[in-house]
Ligand binder design. Structure first.
Ligand code: DGT
Ligand code: CA
Ligand code: CA
Ligand code: ZN
Length: 576
């Protein structure tokens, strides 16, 4: 029996934190559950496996004490927890959905419940439309509008899943299916294969000796909640996590054509069919046909070649420039995870990270990196103990000591300096001048007008010590909209000054998006793919960033941290 996935355990812990917070529980207790959720969510090893094998004591994980470790173990083994059940019974069901609405959170949901008796999303929408929300203390007209917008975002997001979560599920399905005899080929298609930020459903293709027995086996996957439909060659199931998976069995001679067809995107396929028609051919999920005769279909390469095209990587199949490139033979050689040499945005326990600088450095080394920049927050981010000049210099002394001792990894003295609400940076120039690497970012004043927030950022880029602008739009996918920032202006400024832009690899950020990456590249702006890791496991997010970069058409040469530090350092010195 397979236990809960890490994502499911994290969601349960997050739910406990939410309800406790809603009830006005001790903030430290709430925070403990939130931290545990983050720790579990960022782990790559399966917690359920760890519990089962007894191999590692969960209380050895950062921020997880004995009591929490026991609760997590119960969750992992039984799928639930008495505490969670009890808490759920104490609050109306719809309340949980309310506090997840972007811009709300437990405290405000509690006020809405107390003051207006709002217990579900419909009542909330109604209360907004009737302008009752703005009458509450601390709410106002702007909040009311933001809540309505949040309701809309949430409705869209509920239908889709982060790619990283879909990936966990896809991998366990793959593992399960590997135990099935008679599968000759198997591949996930759809948006998952294209590496989209979010995935609506999973599309699985197989070539099998006996499709019926493959479907039987698929139906026994532990995550299946319900079999929605089953025919001779197609089966659809819904998983407990809400995701739908479509399985299709296809003939071997059509596998490439089916893979191409079901990978999409729909727009890409429309262009492809148009090309086929122009050549007097027909293309569908069974193959490429001249009249009745199949001239290609076994592999994707064959299908594209039959249409006079080089094979197009799935990440580029969005009907943008990929056909022109494939025809001319100028498809970019997309960046790969093995090209990445360093991580330039990482937190330590000096601020809100859970691991020490040394632990982060060794973990980076273990992941094959040769440099890592410690970029803890500056003092404006007081909630997490952001560093002032004194503490930062102390941290850098520590980094000097570590660099003398550690082999095979270089730790850069960095900082994530806040761009202040009214303009200017949160640390003086003389301190920034001593840093190896400065990323600037916006955490406050996110709701400012387009003009104001853009001006702040352009000014920050003009500071000679700032090398990179982090998570440039501030969006959280499905949760928070981008700032009103004029990204084109930012890209132009970065190009003019030789500054870099971050592609934050966190699966809920992926900020820059694919289109912005392509635009940065066009303007000659180097992109830094960075994890913004707050824990050792957070470093593993790099591959999500690489996937996004590939969707933007970036090559090794377009990615700053695909270069050795010596080369980057030279570039930075020249710009100062
Ligand atoms: P998703 O699941 O919403 O994240 O996005 P996709 O791209 O995986 O879409 P999905 O699962 O509906 O279908 C998978 C692929 O199959 C899609 O990318 C293209 C192809 N496909 C599905 N339906 C149609 C259709 O009606 N016309 C065309 N041309 N292609 C389709
Ligand atoms: Ca799909
Ligand atoms: Ca589908
Ligand atoms: Zn950060």
């Amino acid at each position: 029996m397979a236990g809960l996935t890490n994502a499911e355990i994290a969601a349960a812990l997050e739910e406990i934190a939410d309800i406790l917070d809603f009830q006005g529980a001790n903030p430290f207790r709430v925070r403990a559950y939130r931290n545990a959720a983050r720790t579990v969510g960022e782990m790559t090893e399966s917690v359920a496996d760890l519990v089962e094998s007894g191999e590692r004591d969960l209380s050895s994980l950062p921020g997880i004490g004995k009591d929490l470790a026991e609760k997590i173990a119960t969750l992992a083994q039984t799928g639930t927890l008495p505490l969670l059940e009890e808490l759920r019974s104490q609050v109306p069901e719809g309340v949980l959905q309310i506090l997840r609405i972007p811009g709300l959170g437990p405290k405000r949901a509690a006020a809405l419940y107390r003051e207006l008796g709002v217990t579900n999303l419909d009542e909330l929408r109604q209360a907004c439309l009737e302008h009752r929300v703005r009458t509450l203390k601390g709410f106002g007209e702007k909040t009311e509008a933001a809540i309505l917008e949040g309701l809309e975002l949430a409705a869209q997001a509920a239908q889709r899943m982060y790619w990283a979560v879909a990936d966990q599920i896809a991998q366990s399905i793959r593992q399960h299916m590997e135990g099935c005899k008679g599968i000759r080929q198997m591949e996930f298609a759809g948006s998952y294969r294209r590496g989209k930020e979010t995935v609506g459903d999973l599309d699985l293709l197989v070539v099998a000796d006996n499709p019926a027995s493959v479907m039987d086996h698929f139906g026994r996957f532990s995550g299946v909640e319900k079999i929605l439909a089953r025919g001779d060659t197609k089966m659809s199931v819904r998983l407990q996590l809400g995701l739908q998976v479509d399985l299709r069995a296809v003939p071997e001679e059509s596998f490439g054509a089916a893979l191409q067809y079901f990978t999409g995107s729909k727009d890409h396929n429309i262009v492809l069919r148009g090309r086929a028609k122009d050549l007097g051919l027909k293309v569908n999920e069974y193959g490429v046909f001249r009249g009745e005769k199949r001239i290609a279909g076994r592999t994707e390469e064959e299908v594209y070649a039959a249409l006079g095209l080089a094979w197009i990587p799935p990440e580029l199949r969005e009907a943008r420039e990929e056909f022109a490139w494939a025809e001319a033979g100028t498809l970019p050689k997309l960046v790969e995870i093995s090209d990445i040499q360093g991580d330039l945005h990482v937190h330590s326990d000096w601020t809100d990270g859970t691991a020490s600088i040394e632990e982060m450095a060794l973990a980076a080394k273990a992941r094959g990196l040769s440099y890592i920049a410690i970029t803890d927050h500056s003092k404006r981010v007081s909630m997490v103990g952001g560093l002032d000049a004194d503490r930062l210099r102390k941290q850098w002394e520590e980094i000097d000591r570590l660099n003398r001792r550690l082999k095979g990894i270089r730790i850069l003295k960095g900082v994530e300096v806040d761009i202040l609400e009214e303009g200017g940076l949160d640390l003086p120039d003389d301190v920034l001048a001593e840093a190896d690497w400065v990323v600037a970012s916006v955490h406050y004043g996110q709701n400012q007008s387009r003009e104001k927030i853009t001006r702040r950022v352009l000014e920050a880029l003009e500071n000679p010590h700032v090398a990179c602008f982090a998570h440039p739009t501030g969006r959280l996918i499905g949760k928070r909209k981008p700032y009103q920032i004029d990204l084109e202006a930012v890209i132009h400024k970065a190009a003019a000054l030789g500054k870099m832009l971050e592609l934050n690899a966190h699966p809920q950020r992926l900020d820059l998006d694919d289109v912005a990456c392509a635009s940065a590249k066009k303007h000659g702006v180097l992109v830094v793919i960075a994890t913004d890791a707050h824990s050792v496991d957070g470093l593993d997010a790099m591959r999500y960033g690489v996937l996004q970069a590939r969707r933007g058409g970036l090559t090794k040469a377009d990615v700053a941290n695909a270069r050795p530090w010596s080369e980057l350092a030279k570039l930075l010195r020249r710009k100062k």
